[in-house]
Design a protein around this ligand. Sequence first.
Ligand SMILES: *Cc1c(COP(=O)(O)O)cnc(C)c1O
Length: 412
Amino acid sequence: MNPSDGPALIPLRPPAPAEFPSAASWLEVSTGRLRRNAEVFRKLSRESKHPFGIGAVLKANAYGHGLSQVLPALHDVVDAVYVVTPHDALEIRRAERDAGLPQRRVIVIGGVDAVEAAALSEAGVEVVLGDDGWRHTVEALRVLPLVAPVKVHVHVDSGLGREGFLPEEIDASLAFLRDAGGVLDVVGALSHFANTEDVTEQTYAREQLARFQDGVSRLEALLGREAGSLERHFAASAAALVLPEAHFDVVRVGIALYGLWPSAETRLSTRIVHAQPPTLEPVLSWRSRAQVVKTIPAGSFVGYGCTYRCPAPTRIAVLPVGYFDGYPRLVSGKAHVLVNGERAPVLGRVMMNHIVVDVTRAAREDQPITTTLLGTDGGESIHADTLAAWAQTINYEIVARLGPHLARIAVP
Ligand SMILES: *Cc1c(COP(=O)(O)O)cnc(C)c1O
């Protein structure tokens, strides 16, 4: 393949177990759990005075879970799909074509240039207008062959300090939209919260809501549209769970669809806001077979830096998993994996392609060992939050950094 062809296309078919390299690690993605997590939001919508659409955020390879595994599981239970890159949006259109599925709404929330916007528009994909560069994009679109105006959502920066236009900038910065009607069709407005998941009181979020309303009113006036005619979307997982006034027309749910809570604060707030707090089911399991199992004598060191020394003869299993795969080096000396439903401590440092675990207690002699790095085995579970705490990060980073090379298999 020519490097200028861009990134390789995501395989649509999950690899069959027989295709796994004999000693690799793999991810199991539960389609049933994905659908039940989506149903949590559908139920909130049904119970709301103003039912809202459910948008699935599938950016970052579906939060590391695998776009090609997650898309088919959610396609018929969500109203829209949000991705960051044009590549992912076009992959979704290709997957729909190949599977004979109807087109779901797809919105690219990342930056695009004019050529990308035109290609996305032709594929029936909507885009987000979030910066001043769009003045030039509009000029470029005028000379490109367009089948229809590009559908855009204007991003209002209501206080995150990332992409979008401040409400007070809208009149001046977006005046060019008045005569962009031939190439752009403004269909919606969006914003994004800064700290809904970091707090249990939503003072700042409510300020953001007010600024958003102000921004949307100015935009509608500028475009000569009726007040309330633009589609509005604001809430990510945390706000969708704890801030009903942020639901608007559609919510953009990411982390919660994968069964993970945005934060402990959100989980706590959910218990206060809802009489029957919803349950989220973690979708992902990460498993690996041991490459080597052997007993080393008392006094032996394990791993780089000789940071661990065995106090007694120790049965070790070497797993073909390391920081290359997304198992964080910072968990060295803290983590365990599961073997036969028991905890097996990770010994010494996490290496690029290996970790060594103590299976003295957990493994019976001469049995092939399958380990669980994330997920449940017997009565024990390792949650992405646990791995995140060991690694001094958040569950989002743990799953989003799982190597794209890992085999992913859809399971019920
Ligand atoms: C990532 C993202 C979301 C989803 O956030 P979660 O907390 O994972 O639900 C929604 N909207 C925007 C703009 C995002 O970047």
